[in-house]
Design a protein around this ligand. Sequence first.
Ligand SMILES: [Zn+2]
Length: 422
Amino acid sequence: MSTTGSNPGTFSFESTHSLAPSAQGLGRDGRRYGRTGLIHTPHGDIQTPAFIPVATQAAMKAVLPEQMKDLGAQALLSNAFHLFERPGEDVIDQAGGLGKFMGWAGPTFTDSGGFQVLSLGAGFKKTLAMDVTGMKSDEVIAEGKERLAFVDEDGVTFKSPLNGSEHRFSAEISMGIQHKIGADIMFAFDELTTLMNTRGYQEQSVERTFRWAKRCVAEHQRLTAERAGKPYQALYGVVQGANYEDLRRKAASEIASLEFDGVGIGGAIEKRLLGQTCAWICDEMPEERPRHILGIAAVDDIFAGVENGGDTFDCVSPARCGRNGAVFTRDGRWNIKRTQFRRDFSPIEADCDCYTCQHYTRAYVCHLLHAHELNGYTLATIHNERFFVRLLDEIRASISGGYFDDYKRETLARFYAHGSKG
Ligand SMILES: [Zn+2]
């Protein structure tokens, strides 16, 4: 059991059970960094590993905070960039912080805005798990997209996708915005790269991210002192470095050298290297710092991430998939809008304990989504978010119960038995 030294009583992490070393261990000497634990925040505890649903604009799309609590969500993650654009961080500060503003009493996270700002640079939404065999260019942008963001040593200049007005983001600006938003856990402003960037650019980017990280810590400490009396906000440093072991290790030890409360594992990671990348980073990190893996929710990726040290995970995918009719079940992911479900009066998943499955049929959800009825989004999202929250609850129980490997094998075999995506 350990706690972060810098802020006892306000934010801390204790680990409770660890995975035993195994032949599949990807860390030094076959270590496996997977563990259960408890993150203490001023707005309550998070039992880890945990899935953190994404309430991008201080709202889960189509689902109320009360319903998120009922389905077992322990914390929500919002996006600093979107909230900066609308309604503005001052409004949220005046409201008493993000949780109060959106009517969520539990812990909250904000990401730094770096992902959104820098995604404008290439026009790519998705940077994780891309297959980019044979493609390398620092200048490539998505077809038909205007380049909207430019990185320099000090920060990023970008045009707002809302109204085209020009803005700057930097380490200090991101910290100022995130302090006003007031989430319990924030992320340092980092430079996002994609797997398309060259090795040379990745090296420069890791260096720049470290310089920005130092500035984030300094500004964070200044703002924490200036805003004394507000609940303590924890800051996680973000490790970049794409697929390169030496860069990931270097970035991790640099982030470890700074006074961060935790670490965010971010950036471009090829799917097959996800677990290995986490293990490289954990090798270089003090164990008492909690680790968040940014933006993953494929079922096999979650297992790889947990096994190799991930404590918390966020992703928009369960909600986004749900709105498109893609539902996650123990037997894989499939689309509820298919014709075969028009007269299927069974629940989405027979043994699911979510509100949707307890009250509604496949036929009804199928109908609502075809009719673009808003309740269709609500019901599909509730089921999918419950799926991922429960998956992490079960993984947590399997680690503390000593049966993680069996649980992983059985769950993955069943989920992917029919060639399911996700
Ligand atoms: Zn359900």
